[in-house]
Write a protein that binds this ligand. Structure first.
Ligand code: GLC
Length: 584
């Protein structure tokens, strides 16, 4: 029974955490037409497991958590698991489902989905092999429609092994988009998820860097393309800058999900993770080698695009030092696809391009870039995500070590993993110190640091909350961050705004100066849960769900109206939907 529940939970429901339990319970509530309030009680009960019995009595599917909380303590999920082992019966008995439905309740999902050959067959598996079987006729048609349309977005943006963020506006493979998108693929095609990451690593440079964009195929609808970058990496060509390193974390989640699925899927997951392990570690090392200029564990970005939050107000002051005097002529192409009000301004764009040309002039040599870059900022987002990525890579490393026999690793390969494990511990300590130096007392939250001016940047953005996702702050700081976030959420209809909504420069539709981004929401909610701020996590989750449901799969959303902005049919939004809300 336990094994079966874990199988279904691990394969179809996805990552194993408290929110999944809650989301299952919610579905049961719906199926029982509001008959169960235990889910809400569970949510309110915080770390206690009051109400577990009644939840279990109504829930046909329980998903145990593997994570524990941010302090390594047992969570109520673990307690749920213990309760589950005590109950020696199948949940469908409680539901009073017809026998034929009951018998299929705990069927796994993995393996079958990989065997599917056509889109139609894949989609049918949603009905045949997932939880929906358990509740048969009760499952809403709307649910099937939204899950199929989210998959359609990824299929439509699939270019054969890699996924473009959206057709037209972004026609190549982006670094952190690819990692989040892999999470989406992993919900029904684990092999395709790993392929996405392998394709990204085709763009890895000799020095270890993973560039922000890999130009697998030529497309002249985007600027600046390979002809402008002229980077030394040619096959495939790439940009000469990076993006936030989330690949290790996404690989960890994909592997984590697979360990509760089919044996073969798990073994293939381990093999894929092993192939990627050393290249990812080289990528992480590159940050410390090329970007930790003061050797403090605080890595810098040399271009706002490296933050993934291109026009965040955090960059305004530092960008003023970027000269545009010798800027060659160039032609933006983003405005052909999206309204100018929603994009970075021309002045900002000129500075972005000036930086690109200055790196091109020194052939992207990382040591020389450190000399010539007029923009050097330690970004909270990149530093928090690097810290989390090191922790997740260490998690992967431990798994590979414990499965070394199944992987047939040689003694040498095993030793290399053990030494990497020690190195990762050091990198985690180093980055933790770096993150500490980004705490801004004046703001009561983390903020970016201008390395050239040697000062904290007093701009409050949502990237501060990513420290929770990195499981970095102590309880006192975590509480401060949660209070701040709660206050922000009071000012908007839908959270999380990317910038303090009370700031006079807040702009609800302009890119990273106010709008909500779903991938950021997912990470913030994940962090809030780890610190057991369940109500706040639930608010972020509810808002995110509503945005996708009401506006659709947009690039980002207006926090005041919920309207979708930027590109539509956006891969990372659909991917997060599939991974986070398999039941939408
Ligand atoms: C924009 C975003 C960046 C993203 C890219 C592709 O440039 O700011 O974070 O990676 O679009 O979606």
């Amino acid at each position: 029974m336990l094994d079966a529940a874990a199988r279904v939970g691990g394969s179809w429901v996805g990552a194993l955490s408290r929110r999944r339990v809650i989301s299952c319970i919610e579905r049961v509530e719906v199926c029982l037409r509001g008959g169960c309030c235990a889910g809400k009680r569970l949510r309110q009960s915080g770390t206690r497991h009051t109400g577990c019995e009644s939840v279990l009595a109504r829930c046909p599917l329980i998903v145990p958590a593997m994570n524990g909380n941010a302090f390594g303590e047992e969570t109520s999920d673990t307690m749920l698991l213990m309760e589950l082992t005590k109950l020696n019966t199948t949940r469908s008995d409680y539901l009073g489902l017809p026998d034929d439905v009951k018998s299929r309740t705990v069927e796994g999902f993995h393996g079958v989905s990989d065997a599917a050959t056509t889109d139609e067959e894949e989609d049918r598996h949603i009905v045949d092999n997932s939880f929906s079987v358990a509740v048969g006729q009760y499952m809403s048609k709307q649910y099937r429609k939204t899950i199929v349309s989210a998959r359609d977005v990824l299929r439509k943006n699939d270019r054969g092994g890699y996924t473009v963020p959206t057709d037209g506006l972004y026609p190549f493979q982006w670094n952190w988009d690819a990692s989040f998108t892999a999470l989406g693929w992993s919900t029904w095609k684990p092999e395709r998820a790993w392929a996405e990451l392998h394709m990204l690593f085709k763009g890895q440079w000799d020095d270890g860097m993973i560039p922000s964009i890999v130009f697998h195929q030529y497309d002249d609808r985007y600027f600046p393309g390979p002809d402008t970058w002229q980077s030394p990496k040619v096959d495939p060509p790439t940009t000469g800058i990076t993006q936030p390193p989330v690949v290790a974390s996404c690989a960890r989640y994909i592997l984590q999900v697979s360990q509760h699925g089919d044996e073969d899927v798990h073994l293939r997951g381990l093999r894929n993770a092993y192939t990627l392990f050393h290249p990812i570690l080289r990528y992480h090392r590159w940050f410390y080698k090329a970007r930790d200029h003061k050797k403090m564990g605080r890595v810098s970005i040399h271009h706002p695009w490296e933050s993934g939050m291109d026009n965040s107000p955090s960059w305004d002051e530092a960008l003023e030092h970027v000269s545009t005097d010798n800027l060659p002529n160039y032609q933006r192409k983003d405005l052909m696809h999206v309204d100018a009000d929603e994009r970075p301004t021309q002045t900002q764009y000129d500075r972005f391009m000036s930086l690109v040309f200055s790196f091109r002039d020194v052939n992207y040599d990382y040591a020389q870039c450190a000399q010539v870059s007029q923009f050097q900022v330690a970004d909270t987002c990149v530093n928090a995500l690097l810290l989390k990525a090191n922790k997740d890579l260490a998690w992967i490393c431990a798994k590979l070590i414990s499965h070394h026999k199944r992987l047939s690793l040689s003694l040498e390969e095993l030793e290399a993993l053990k030494s990497a494990q020690r190195e990762l511990r050091e990198l985690i300590d180093l980055s933790s110190r770096g993150m500490d130096s980004l705490w801004n007392d004046e703001l009561g939250m983390y903020s970016c640091y201008d390395e050239r001016m040697d000062k904290l940047i007093n701009v409050p953005t949502s990237s501060a909350f990513l420290a929770l996702y990195a499981r970095h702050p102590d309880r006192v700081r975590a509480r401060q961050l949660a209070d701040k976030l709660a206050h922000w959420l009071d000012q908007v209809k839908y959270g999380v705004p990317s910038y303090d909504p009370e700031s006079p420069m807040f702009d609800s539709v302009r890119y990273w100066r106010g709008p909500v981004w779903l991938v950021v929401n997912w990470m913030i909610a994940e962090g809030l849960e780890a610190y057991e701020f369940f109500e706040l996590a639930e608010r972020v989750r509810r808002d995110s769900r509503a945005l996708i449901k009401e506006a659709g799969s947009y690039e980002y959303f207006d926090p005041m109206t919920g309207e979708g902005c930027g590109g539509n049919c956006f891969s990372w939004t659909s991917a997060i939907q599939l991974f986070w809300f398999p039941d939408l």
